[in-house]
Design a protein around this ligand. Sequence first.
Ligand code: HEC
Ligand code: HEC
Ligand code: HEC
Ligand code: HEC
Length: 244
Amino acid sequence: MLLVLVFGISISHAGITTTKHNLSTSGPGPIKATTEQRVCIFCHTPHRAIADIAGISVPLWNHTLSSASYQLFSSATLLSPTSPSIQPDGSSRLCLSCHDGTVALGSVVNTGNTFSSLTLIGTAASGVMPEGVNNVGTDLSGDHPISIELNSTLMDDKAQQCDNGLVSFKVCRPPAGSPVLLEKTNNRYGAGAATGMGVQCGSCHDPHEDPVPGSTVFLRVGDRINHDQLCNACHIADCAAACP
Ligand code: HEC
Ligand code: HEC
Ligand code: HEC
Ligand code: HEC
């Protein structure tokens, strides 16, 4: 038991140091610090952290949050509400604090000794994420919906919509034991059965694990090319089937 525990911890630490999320001087990617050697500090701090975002607790967060407002995914068949506002919340705000390209990558709340930014090379001018696929910007209209509750009301409504022949995938919660997660959101779906748990960036991505940089892209399951298992954790191709 103890061995499993120790082994598990050593894997997850080695996990992040070889990924592009290691922004310290030892990082493998083009974007890294000029002098900062600590790995976690770009995202977490033990003191003076951002502890919650609109009532949703976040893990001792250190990176300055973005104040952008986002254009969101919409479609004729999407059931999740477009009103009231479904601006990203919860863990998605953490990812977007670097990935929307509006906040300097080295801008943190607590550097441990001073209260200024950490200096990085490889960034765009002004210190933000360079243009390209990793800078998702503030227009998320072409991106999978995030910050939406996935509860039994949505699952039932989806079945109803399947009956109408508009969509051929039924939406379900990830089965027990799946690496795919539902995470906290304030954007509730429907009247009943509110759980406050839904789809966020962190549902599909684990920011600490990326075995093959450029390929596995921090996905909880699969890689850039093959990720059907990820999608099928929540979308079932048989409208008549029961959710697992
Ligand atoms: C590039 C940003 C980033 C770095 C660097 C980072 N983390 Fe995280 N961490 C996150 C995000 C984002 C979450 C929330 C994930 C979610 O909710 O899905 C998180 C969550 C956590 C959590 C709570 C939930 C969990 O997944 O266990 C712990 C503990 C944690 N991180 C520890 C660490 C440690 C220790 C380090 C340094 C070795 C580290 N992190 C480095 C982004 C980062
Ligand atoms: C429903 C699952 C899902 C959600 C939610 C999700 N992603 Fe992804 N993401 C993927 C998959 C699958 C890929 C790899 C395929 C691709 O790049 O299109 C990917 C790729 C990426 C990439 C690499 C882009 C590239 O083309 O190389 C970035 C950066 C990224 N995601 C960031 C985010 C951020 C930030 C969020 C939240 C705003 C998010 N993702 C939410 C599934 C998801
Ligand atoms: C402290 C800033 C920061 C935070 C917070 C952060 N990232 Fe990143 N992320 C980066 C940087 C920097 C890169 C490397 C970009 C490059 O090399 O072009 C990166 C790369 C990625 C990639 C591409 C990996 C590859 O191999 O090309 C994905 C996917 C990604 N991040 C997803 C996420 C998700 C999802 C979250 C939240 C759970 C998150 N990131 C939080 C800074 C961050
Ligand atoms: C964690 C659960 C989860 C995962 C994983 C997931 N989705 Fe979704 N997806 C949802 C939810 C919830 C909705 C919103 C459904 C609604 O409101 O009608 C949605 C919406 C969509 C829509 C829009 C449907 C419409 O009617 O406009 C598409 C398309 C989609 N997902 C495809 C994918 C693909 C492709 C993947 C894998 C890369 C994926 N999803 C992974 C939960 C998930």
